[in-house]
Design a binder for this molecule. Structure first.
Ligand code: KG4
Length: 338
């Protein structure tokens, strides 16, 4: 089954062509990051306009790279939630037009379910059930993937997403946008015990996370050093911060896997590219005897191949949308269809 898939939930315009879910024939991405860097973060209006400007060309290019013609497509899958509403609408409108004109089914895909599916592309043998940590710029959660379309949230952030926290701390350190990757690079030469930063817990909800206190703690370190005229060891602050984020994630995921009896653990989302977090997961999973799945860095960030992959499984479970499909800024990953 050949699927054309569209992803426009934030600042990447992406179009892919996938066969039977896991075989990626083309995966085109146009990153708008340079347009937003000027403003220190994503400007929603610029994101929406930019998607509209490039999406047709990107879809043509994806088809060409896949060696496919429009008439061979069996379905169109599109991210319809969650994300920036105008950005999502650009993709949903394009997908509706494509599905209608080709006379093929339209499949709505939840963005975070797509992130989970990036692991199916990277690991052809991986099948549910498994536990998945999804950490991106807008979301942070631990999900029990019972089936391809049967997903339960075990824990989630109470405030900022992990990626949002990386980006805000990077801004405070003067590293610019997007900051996660820059903190990752800076942290490599630092001492992760140099600064004492908090590890928050949510009473009664062992698998929930909180990152806003950590962000404030880093900002306080910078402010009080500036007040006293002291220099900050930014490498060590970046390393201490990265260690604190990792400590908020890795033991929670291992603990949840133990409690639920899941022997397979996967990670996904932009923050899953972080070298400290990946290293800690490798050690913790090995020590606990669990199989670990970590997609390559190219599949951690937003892409359309993951939407095509999840779209295939949504299609098999009967999910379809008609021309009334809308986009939604927020939606639980547990919701199974529109
Ligand atoms: O999954 P993604 O590309 O987009 C969303 O769906 O949100 O995630 C983007 C987030 C940004 O906050 C970015 O700073 C963060 O992922 N990120 C990283 C790294 N690479 C990207 N955070 C920490 N370390 C990295 N190496």
């Amino acid at each position: 089954m050949l699927i054309l898939s569209i992803e426009t939930s934030c600042d990447e315009t992406a179009v892919a062509v996938t066969r039977d879910g896991r075989t990626v024939l083309a995966d085109e991405i146009f990153s708008q990051v340079n347009k937003h860097a000027l403003y220190g973060g994503v400007v929603p209006e610029i994101a929406s306009r930019s998607h509209v400007e490039v999406i047709t060309e990107l879809a043509d290019s994806a088809l060409q790279k896949a060696g496919a013609v429009r008439g061979e497509l069996d379905a169109v899958a599109v991210t319809y939630a969650p994300g920036l509403i105008g950005a999502l609408l650009a993709g949903v409108s394009f997908a509706k037009g494509a599905a209608f004109s080709l006379g093929v089914p339209l499949i709505p895909v939840h963005h975070i379910r797509g992130h989970v599916a990036s692991n199916y592309i990277a690991f052809p043998e991986l099948e549910p059930p498994f536990l998945c940590l999804i950490v991106s710029g807008g979301n942070s959660m631990i999900a029990d993937v019972k089936g391809y379309t049967d997903i339960r949230v075990i824990g989630e952030t109470r405030d900022d997403a992990a990626g949002e926290c990386f980006d805000k701390v990077a801004r405070a350190l003067g590293l610019g946008y997007p900051g996660g990757k820059r903190i990752d690079e800076l942290a490599r030469g630092g001492d992760d015990a140099a600064y004492k930063l908090p590890r928050a817990a949510v009473e009664g909800r062992p698998y929930d996370m909180s990152f806003s206190g950590l962000k404030s703690a880093v900002i306080n370190v910078l402010r009080s050093a500036a007040r006293r005229g002291e220099a900050v060891d930014t490498r060590s602050l970046a390393a201490s911060f990265s260690a604190a984020v990792s400590d908020a994630l890795v033991p929670r995921v291992i603990g949840a896997a133990r409690e639920l009896g899941r022997d397979k653990i996967a990670i996904a989302g932009g923050v899953a590219a972080n070298s400290r977090i990946r290293g800690d997961f490798v050690r913790a999973a090995r020590a606990d005897g669990r199989r670990l799945y970590m997609p390559p860095l190219s599949l951690c960030g937003d892409n359309a191949a993951m939407i095509g992959c999840q779209g295939y499984y949504e299609y098999l479970s009967g999910v379809r949308a008609d021309m009334s499909l809308n986009a939604y800024a927020a939606m639980s990953i547990e919701k199974s269809d529109d």
